[in-house]
Design a protein around this ligand. Structure first.
Ligand SMILES: [Zn+2]
Length: 91
C-alpha cells in the first residue's frame, strides 16, 4: 500500500519492518497488550502474539519522515484518514 503525503513524499509499507507504520496505544492498551502476550506465552501460542496488537486496541499511524505528518488509520479508507501536522515544537 502506498499514498502521497501532503508534502509530496510517497509513503509506503512495502518493506517490512519499515519506519512508516507505527502503532498508537493508550496506557490501558499497553496493559492489555502485556496481558495478551503473557497469556499467549503461558500457553505456548507464540505465533499468535502478533494478533495482540489489534486486540489491544492499537491504532495504526503512518508517519512521514520528511514533514512528520501523521496519518491515522490509513487502511480504514483514504476518506476516513485523519491527518495531523506538526504545529509547534517545544512548549
Ligand atoms: Zn510528508
Amino acid at each position: 500500500m502506498k499514498f502521497p503525503c501532503l508534502c509530496g513524499r510517497t509513503l509506503s509499507n512495502a518493506g517490512s519492518p519499515n519506519l512508516t507504520e507505527h502503532f498508537l496505544l493508550s496506557s490501558v492498551g499497553v496493559e492489555r497488550l502485556q496481558d495478551l502476550i503473557n497469556e499467549y506465552t503461558a500457553h505456548g501460542r507464540f505465533t499468535e502474539w502478533a494478533d495482540s496488537w489489534e486486540e489491544s486496541g492499537a491504532i495504526e499511524v503512518w508517519k512521514c519522515s520528511d514533514c512528520q505528518r501523521l496519518y491515522v488509520s490509513p487502511k480504514d479508507g483514504f476518506d476516513k484518514v485523519v491527518v495531523y501536522k506538526v504545529e509547534q515544537v517545544g512548549i
